[in-house]
Design a binder for this molecule. Structure first.
Ligand SMILES: [Zn+2]
Length: 276
């Protein structure tokens, strides 16, 4: 499953061709056909990722909510190009020059502002870690929320109700960067550990978004690349580096499985004992 930085990259690609443009809108689902007339000819005001969904907002206040789930896929191309695919077309946004079309996804809705606020999925999402509008204090608030305080970081960081946009590689990388063991809970952390963790929850996803998925120290990654190391060798601090030496202390990185998902830890840099 793609994580926040990858979802935002995909959203940017679509936004680049539709935002600020008047679109002709086509829905494949019969129940949505009624909105084609209302949306066509309207300018797209914004297109943003919300968790793993996209919200395309139009000038008249309506938004298209689309969730790719496992199979959905967007194609963005010049109008004259024909896409060769066996997938089912679900939604098409066509500007005078470009087409952005969503195939295979089955979850598409049209919402007004109130509909967005009361939406079952959107309402429960935690602050989005890639969204530049998300502030550190919002993340700190989540850590201090009593319903999250006693949860282990290893599961909390994957919970989209806690923070949205984090996934498996970011979980390992953030915990390493904050020097925290996955079994710790927010209630175990000192104020400075909590602050550092909250900072990393925003810093690393944004770095990954801006630097092609690299979460390792950027200077170190550049140096390794210059010395002939491959992307998978310099991209991350610990993720997918089982048995290899920690970049900071030389200890072999360990891999664990929690609920069928991999997590990578340097047990020296990320001690398990609580400091509080
Ligand atoms: Zn280490």
């Amino acid at each position: 499953m793609p994580e926040g930085p990858e979802i935002w990259k995909a959203a940017d690609k679509i936004a680049k061709v539709v935002v600020g443009k008047q679109c002709e809108v086509m829905f494949a689902f019969e129940s949505l056909k009624q909105f084609e007339g209302e949306l066509s000819g309207q300018t797209v005001v914004s297109l943003k990722a919300r968790g793993k969904a996209l919200l395309t907002q139009f000038q008249n206040g309506l938004s298209i909510y689309s969730h790719n789930q496992l199979y959905g896929r967007w194609y963005v191309h010049l109008n004259e190009r024909v896409v060769a695919t066996n997938r089912q077309l679900r939604l098409r946004l066509k500007t005078p020059t470009h087409t952005a079309a969503l195939y295979s996804a089955s979850h598409i809705e049209v919402l007004d502002e109130q509909g967005i606020e009361s939406h079952a999925f959107l309402r429960k999402l935690g602050p989005d870690v890639v969204d530049a509008d998300t502030r550190l204090r919002q993340v700190l608030c989540q850590f201090r929320n009593p319903s999250f305080q006693k949860r282990r970081l290893q599961s909390l960081l994957l919970d989209q109700h806690f923070l949205s946009g984090l996934g498996n590689y970011l979980r390992s990388e953030i915990l390493f960067s904050a020097k925290l063991h996955p079994l710790l809970r927010p209630m175990d952390l000192t104020t400075s550990q909590e602050k550092k963790l909250a900072q990393e929850c925003l810093r690393l996803p944004r770095q990954s978004y801006l630097h092609q998925g690299v979460t390792n120290n950027l200077e170190r990654a550049k140096e390794l690349k210059r010395n002939g190391f491959k992307r998978y060798e310099y991209r991350h601090f610990v993720f997918s580096r089982e048995g290899q030496a920690c970049f900071e202390c030389d200890t072999p990185i360990e891999r664990f499985e929690i609920g069928g998902r991999r997590i990578y830890v340097c047990t020296v840099c990320q001690p398990q004992q609580r400091q509080k």
